[in-house]
Design a protein around this ligand. Structure first.
Ligand SMILES: Nc1ncnc2c1ncn2[C@@H]1O[C@H](COP(=O)(O)OP(=O)(O)O)[C@@H](O)[C@H]1O
Ligand SMILES: [Mg+2]
Length: 312
């Protein structure tokens, strides 16, 4: 029988999980978890400010930048959850103050509005075949559901469009921001800046906010502590070590995804081996680092190439 103090090194909600058998605990480690940290705290504050501004002619928009794997998508999903409202039985309308859209691979107006309709779960999306009708329907629905913030994830995909497509897409964003009085939040890799630079009017309405690569410091120390804390290991892990943090930053290139992956794999190995804790030596195992690499240079330099070509 479990005692009250059992697994006192873990937060209350993780303790019951630590009692489960190995496979169930490993399954738990593999599920998605949200870990709050200082930077996302701050960024959620900016996002909330954008949300709280009253609808007006000139909305303040945000551009959330960060390398791939830094946690941008998780952050906006968190922001979406924070502002979710429940179904209104009286009117039968599902209010959705934050709408998150993933940029289509082709930055065209019709693909974009199809995505908008899909993300607000509008029925029979493909029914609106004609462009103008699609725009009208999407805008009507956005108003109906009480959308206040439209988040466009992977906004850097604009850069793969032809110069004409890019120009038209930026015009569309300007229209959404002016006429719909929605706050826009663009999300993307740092090159996404280029996507907006060519439209000066639009550019001046976006403030950049950033999820920077991790460096050594107190924020990282907190993040690693909380990350390890969230894992159902039966023994306390001595991970408050500058050396361990240096290894994590170096091997991951400072990318959240790599840090999380390495720590999670170390936790799974600790369960399988029966050691039940993570320590510095856990990270000697090359398996822990399989597929973990510094920021994906491939896609980024490709994008950079495109941006340069466009300006030339
Ligand atoms: N706040 C967080 N809490 C827990 N895990 C996170 C967090 N931020 C990032 N991660 C990890 O990093 C991975 C990549 O996050 P994601 O939001 O997809 O990054 P991006 O959109 O910037 O490419 C996630 O799957 C998760 O493993
Ligand atoms: Mg993402």
């Amino acid at each position: 029988m479990a005692t009250v103090d059992e697994f006192a090194h873990l937060p209350m909600d993780v303790r019951p999980i630590a009692r489960l058998e190995a496979e169930a605990r490993i399954a738990h480690i593999l599920t998605e978890r949200w870990i709050q940290h200082a930077t996302v705290d701050r960024l959620l504050g900016y996002l909330q400010e954008a949300f709280d501004q009253p609808p007006r002619e000139r909305m303040e928009n945000l551009l959330l930048l960060g390398e791939s794997g830094m946690g941008k998508t998780m952050l906006i999903r968190k922001f979406e959850r924070q502002n979710a409202v429940s179904f209104d039985e009286a009117t039968g309308v599902q209010h959705r103050p934050v709408v998150v859209v993933l940029m289509p691979p082709q930055p065209t107006e019709s693909e974009f509005f199809h995505r908008v309709l899909e993300s607000i779960e509008a029925p029979s999306v493909r029914y609106w075949s004609n462009g103008g009708q699609l725009r009208t329907s999407a805008i009507r629905l956005l108003r109906e559901i009480g959308a206040r913030v439209l988040v466009i994830d992977e906004i850097n995909s604009v850069l793969v469009g032809s110069p004409r497509q890019q120009r038209l897409f930026l015009q569309l964003l300007r229209f959404l921001s002016n006429d719909l009085r929605l706050a826009l939040v663009g999300v993307g890799v740092p090159e996404a800046r280029h996507a907006l630079l060519s439209d000066t009017q639009l550019r001046s309405r976006f403030s950049d906010i950033e999820l920077p690569l991790w460096t050594l410091g107190d924020d990282l120390r907190d993040f690693v502590t909380r990350l390890v804390w969230s894992l159902p290991l039966r023994q306390p892990s001595p991970v408050d070590s500058a050396k361990l943090r240096a290894i994590l930053v170096e091997r991951s290139g400072g990318v959240t995804l790599g840090i999380c992956k390495a720590v999670e794999r170390a936790a799974m190995a600790a369960i399988r081996s029966g050691r039940e804790r993570i320590e510095l030596a856990s990270f000697d195992d090359p398996e822990i680092w399989h597929g973990v690499a510094a920021p994906g240079r491939g896609t980024r330099s490709q994008l950079r190439g495109i941006a340069v070509a466009r300006r030339a």
